[in-house]
Design a protein around this ligand. Structure first.
Ligand code: SF4
Ligand code: FES
Length: 373
């Protein structure tokens, strides 16, 4: 049997070979690190997702080997498949940062700036994106949208003002449950997540909408306002569950289990479980098993995302892949490597090897002569 022909694609000067039909975003994720564009609506585990938010815009500077003309406009990388010989610019593009800043500005037009009280703060993709691409202020002069409150039942809290209409939760309900009872009602400025006539979301697997929501629009009522995510320690654990694989992440403080979620990968998506299936978890594991004795603890979770959730978890941390150096051919002045770049910590102290949170003695501080110790 002849081997399937592969397409060569170059993204930010790095060339890889991928199967025909692969999207630019999937190809960029294969390279990894900063080369992979951010994605707020695409979710590789959900069929049909993507194409809604435009945060994944990239520049195609060469269409293909056969037709080398550049694409006239930036394209959504989650919906554009690669061609043989295609050349794509993401972090090397001059146009992309500006376009992405525009997209972020649009996403924030109606989004409340309530990160200090939002349960998603610290693991919110929109928060990360606005730090990376957002403007300092808003040019929007009008009142932000408000909505009539909908009660989605005992487990899931909806904050419609934070929703970016990515449709991920709708695809999740469609693809994981036998009867979807929520969806997006109305269109344009009036579009909103609702159940039409007040219904509770109570399917056994519906809690997964919390994990896929990229912002704080759908949060866990059993965790709400109980703690901040950066004060909790993520720990991998499992139990013998008759409904799902029972492989979860516990968010603990001391011996107390504050929250149970599915395990996530470096893109913030639910990971595969040990059986090779997507590790969606059931409502019972997520909402009702909040006692340490319900679980067999496997050990600290590996955190491999650039995010506040990686702070304070020095042991077990895997640094996310960084590709900037490979792309620009020299070491950038500022990476998130506090040890070798910032010189904030004492040179003989490697923060990643400290067991537990760092102490003030681990950092440089001016002595009485005004010099660094
Ligand atoms: S509630 Fe969350 S997952 Fe659902 S459409 Fe809004 S932002 Fe997306
Ligand atoms: S991730 Fe591509 S359009 Fe949203």
């Amino acid at each position: 049997m002849s081997e399937v022909q592969k397409f060569k694609v170059t993204i930010d000067n790095i060339t890889i070979e991928v199967a025909p039909g692969t999207t630019i975003l999937e190809a960029a994720r294969k390279i990894g690190g900063e080369v992979a564009p951010p994605a707020m609506c695409f979710y590789s585990k959900l069929k049909g997702s993507g194409g809604k938010c435009r945060t994944c815009l990239v520049e195609v500077s060469k269409g293909s080997e056969k037709d080398p003309r550049p694409m006239p406009k930036l394209v959504a990388s989650c919906r554009t498949t690669v061609m043989d010989g295609m050349e794509v610019k993401n972090i090397t593009s001059e146009k992309v940062p500006d376009a992405r800043a525009g997209v972020v500005e649009f996403l924030l037009l109606n989004h409340p700036l309530d990160c200090p009280i939002c349960d998603q703060a610290g693991e919110c993709h929109l928060q990360d994106l606005s730090y990376e691409h957002g403007r300092e202020g808003t040019r929007y002069e009008f009142q932000k949208r408000v909505f009539k409150k909908h009660d989605l039942g005992p487990y899931i809290q909806l904050h419609m003002t934070r929703c970016i209409l990515c449709y991920r939760c709708v695809f999740t309900a469609d693809q994981l449950t036998n009867k979807r009872v929520h969806g997006i009602l109305d269109r344009g400025d009036h579009a909103e997540i609702a159940t039409h006539i007040e219904k509770a979301l109570d399917n056994d697997f519906i809690g997964n909408v919390i994990d896929v929501c990229p912002v704080g629009a759908l949060t866990d009522k059993t965790f709400r306002f109980k703690n901040r995510v950066w004060f909790t320690k993520p720990v991998d654990a499992h139990r013998d569950c008759p409904t799902c694989s029972g492989e979860v992440q516990l968010w603990m403080r001391g011996d107390e289990v504050f929250r149970v979620t599915a395990r996530k990968d470096e893109w913030g998506e639910v990971k595969e479980n040990s059986k090779g299936e997507t590790g969606w978890i059931c409502n019972e594991c997520r909402f009702e098993k909040k006692h340490i004795h319900d679980w067999t603890i496997e050990g600290p979770s590996v955190i491999n995302r650039h995010s506040v959730i990686s702070q304070g978890h020095y042991v077990g941390i895997t640094k996310p892949k960084e590709t900037v150096q490979e792309v620009i051919g020299k070491e950038p002045r500022l990476l998130m490597d506090i040890h070798s770049v910032s010189q904030v910590n004492k040179p003989n102290i490697d923060l990643s090897l400290i067991n537990g949170p760092a102490h003030s003695d681990d950092f440089n501080h001016p002595n009485t002569n005004g010099k660094q110790d």
